[in-house]
Design a protein around this ligand. Structure first.
Ligand SMILES: Cc1cc2nc3c(=O)[nH]c(=O)nc-3n(C[C@H](O)[C@H](O)[C@H](O)COP(=O)(O)OP(=O)(O)OC[C@H]3O[C@@H](n4cnc5c(N)ncnc54)[C@H](O)[C@@H]3O)c2cc1C
Length: 411
């Protein structure tokens, strides 16, 4: 755990700005963009003008370098108003992080300032049709040809695809290598051979496009290889996901809070048996449980973000815990919120149905929650050396074999 969780003045200022944008440009139009499956450009523009894309870009490259906690606070506010817009914003941080953590100074200068100004949107292209949880199974290739790489294949589920200008694409550069197979390469929108093919028709987060991106002999300068060294892609992807998990978890906290808030307002207004349903103890229990879980998730997520900001050595476990708990919470809270709304909750006329649909993806993307649990368990086992002093308190009956317990046969 980090020693403390510090909310800088800048982080709180950015949170307040995000709240204003959420109230003015996001929440009032959430249903419209969900139905139309359209991207909310006005809200993205307002976020850019408020400097919200500077949050995750280092100061030297035109950003605020405000840190992971600030990014979580901003994402939470936006997602509280519309979880779909929350990810439409946060995916820019996800796509930029391989450049931030692995890029050369020249690459950072080339792409990050325009990203910070909100002039260029970003996408993160790791998943493929046959490589989801198992990211080592990628098939998209990038072959060196003189001063270029030639990229071939298809990426699946690229969030922000079509809207984004900069695509961080994970490609196989050395099929013979086990540990150094993959490299991350930047592909810019408009490069010949690059296209957005299938725009997915989704259950939730419908205001942000999720697409297939196709690479048909896409030639990019060799200078687009992130970090300038082949084989670093898997490490860049894992470092990125560790840092991005608090952000997707913050989206979940915002989504949960958004559902809880709607449930409280509705339960005070809806009357049955001559009284507001909020006066019934079983409804109160639901509201209380929703609030307890949301608050617990919030502080675990803030702790995971603070762990990153304070340079804690291994953030993988706490980041996975936060992602898993917060995203499960968002689904549970949305489910209970629908229950509080009763039959009206099942209707698309009411906003809670959208929150319910939006919540499901949270436990799937950026590593499913089964995978997060695997990560947590592996780390627990790895760290178990520090618990060896407890051996003395556990009897060792289970180690005695049945045979050795039998009296030895004579003669
Ligand atoms: C709306 C949406 C947006 C997305 N956006 C992006 C994006 O911007 N960029 C990107 O690169 N990807 C993106 N993804 C992909 C997403 O990260 C993957 O869907 C996710 O990692 C799971 O991969 P999969 O769908 O192939 O499922 P699979 O890996 O096939 O998993 C199927 C099931 O098996 C379980 N499972 C798999 N392996 C194990 C295991 N070892 N132990 C236990 N259980 C296991 C999973 O938990 C899951 O329940 C997006 C996906 C969606 C649906």
């Amino acid at each position: 755990m980090p020693q403390n969780i510090v909310f800088s003045e800048l982080a709180l200022e950015l949170q307040a700005k995000a709240r204003v944008i959420a109230d003015k440009y996001v929440r009032p139009f959430a249903a419209k963009y969900d139905k139309a499956q359209e991207y909310n450009r006005e809200a993205a523009q307002a976020a850019a003008e408020a400097g919200l894309f500077k949050v995750f870009v280092p100061v030297e490259y035109g950003g605020y370098g405000a840190g992971s906690l600030a990014l979580c606070l901003v994402t939470e506010e936006l997602a509280k108003a519309d979880s779909g817009f929350g990810v439409a914003y946060a995916v820019n941080a996800l796509g930029s992080t391989p450049i931030v953590v692995g890029g050369t100074d020249e690459q950072k200068k080339k792409w990050l300032p325009a990203i910070a100004r909100g002039e260029k949107m970003v996408a993160f292209c790791l998943s493929e049709k046959n490589a989801g949880s198992d990211a080592s199974g990628l098939a998209v290739t990038a072959e060196r040809d003189g001063e270029h790489y030639v990229i071939c294949g298809e990426k699946k589920w690229t969030t922000n695809g079509g809207v984004a200008d900069v695509y961080t694409v994970f490609c196989v550069t050395d099929p013979t290598s086990k540990s150094r197979r993959i490299s991350a390469i930047v592909v810019e929108k408009g490069t010949p051979g690059f296209s957005v093919k299938k725009i997915e028709d989704k259950m939730g987060i419908r205001c942000v496009p999720v697409v297939e991106t196709h690479y048909d002999n896409v030639r990019v300068p060799a200078g687009n290889l992130i970090g300038g060294r082949e084989g670093m892609g898997f490490a860049h992807a894992m470092q990125t996901l560790d840092r991005a998990r608090p952000c997707v978890a913050a989206q979940a906290v915002g989504a949960a809070q958004g559902s809880l808030d709607l449930a409280i307002v509705y339960s005070n207004r809806r009357k049955q048996f001559g009284a507001p349903i909020s006066s019934f103890q079983m409804v109160q229990k639901m509201l209380a449980d929703m609030a307890i879980k949301t608050e617990a998730a919030r502080w675990l997520v803030y702790a995971s973000a603070a762990a990153i900001d304070t340079g804690m050595q291994n953030v993988t476990k706490i980041a996975a815990m936060g992602k898993c708990f917060a995203t499960d919470t968002a689904m549970e809270v949305a489910t209970d919120a629908v229950q509080v709304f009763g039959g009206y909750g099942f209707m698309e006329d009411y906003p809670i149905a959208k929150n319910f649909r939006d919540a499901k993806i949270l436990s799937i993307y950026e590593g499913t929650n089964q995978v997060q649990r695997l990560v947590v368990a592996r780390n627990l086992i790895k760290e178990s050396e520090s618990l060896s002093h407890l051996q003395q308190y556990i009897p060792q009956e289970e180690q005695k074999s049945y045979k050795s317990a039998q009296p030895a046969k004579s003669g």
